[in-house]
Design a protein around this ligand. Structure first.
Ligand SMILES: [Zn+2]
Length: 289
């Protein structure tokens, strides 16, 4: 049986907490005045996350930062901050303003509401620990904050669900603004960093950003090519609209994925997910979004 969680130190106060159930990963940083913890994940994960932090330091939790608004990363804040809150202490909860708005609209009782907004250019500094915050607009969600932090392996980029080293882009890119994702990948390639971690895997080397961008651009080209070759959405004799849509999309996206097989076929999830990602891209080609 594998352990439920693991702790890894990257130096300069930066740590990774791996929650094996569901393969989640959160980065936390130990500063002079306390701990900055990204993404509590869930109530169950937060119990283990608390143990991981306690194993790394006896300093208190100073703030929780949400990487983006998706519930599968940001529940459990109350559990993570329990000892601070119960002793009457204060724990900041930081997020981008669109995350704050979405969380407020949902009214989720199991998500601690953000108390502090972060935007592009913000810096969370505490002694030797230093977290630069970047925001490039909508990509994986419309609320993704990216983080740059010094570690013993060089500067590390944190982009939760944006880059997951070793794994193909997830399924049909749920909630992703496709054009915004391409824009952000381009912006991120210009940043100064040495390694990258997501919210599930990593750290991987810097080239994962260029690899992801190449993957998405090549799949865009291949999907466009195959859709044109199929002649768009033309029904066969006797075929209704639903049958035609499913036939054309199935054929186009399967064929598009094969164009990438030689270069990316060894990536985990490629076989299952590349056709689904092509389907998301086909919607982008048809609707512009
Ligand atoms: Zn997400």
């Amino acid at each position: 049986m594998t352990a439920a969680w693991q702790l890894e130190s990257l130096g300069r106060g930066v740590h990774l907490f791996r929650w094996n159930k569901g393969f989640y990963l959160s980065t936390f940083v130990v500063g002079d005045r306390g701990v900055t913890a990204i993404d509590p994940i869930s109530d169950a994960a937060a119990v283990a996350y608390r143990s991981a932090i306690a194993q790394a330091t006896d300093r208190p939790l100073a703030r929780i930062v949400y990487s983006h608004d998706h519930r599968d990363h940001i529940c459990g804040g109350r559990v993570l901050a329990a000892s601070v809150l119960e002793s009457g202490g204060h724990c900041e909860v930081c997020a981008h303003e669109t995350a704050q708005a979405r969380i407020a609209r949902r009214g989720d009782a199991d998500v601690l509401p953000p108390t502090q907004l972060l935007g592009d250019g913000a810096v969370i500094a505490d002694g030797a620990s230093h977290i630069e915050v970047r925001y490039f607009g909508p990509n994986h969600s419309d609320s993704n904050l990216l983080f740059l932090l010094p570690t013993d392996r060089g500067r590390m980029l944190v982009w939760v669900d944006g880059i997951e080293p070793g794994i193909a882009p997830y399924r049909n890119l749920p909630d992703t603004d496709f054009a915004g994702y391409l824009h952000t990948l381009e912006q991120v390639e210009r940043l100064d960093f040495d390694c990258v971690v997501g919210g599930h895997t990593g750290p991987g080397e810097r080239h994962w950003v260029a690899d992801y961008r190449e993957y998405v651009l090549r799949l865009l080209d291949a999907t466009h090519l195959e859709y044109r070759a199929a002649g768009g959405q033309v029904p066969l004799p006797g075929e209704d609209g639903v049958a035609m849509t499913e036939r054309v999309r199935g054929e186009v996206t399967r064929a598009a994925a094969t164009h990438l097989e030689g270069r990316f076929g060894h990536w985990s999830g490629f076989t299952q997910w590349a056709p689904q990602t092509a389907d998301r891209i086909l919607s982008y080609l048809i609707t512009g979004n």
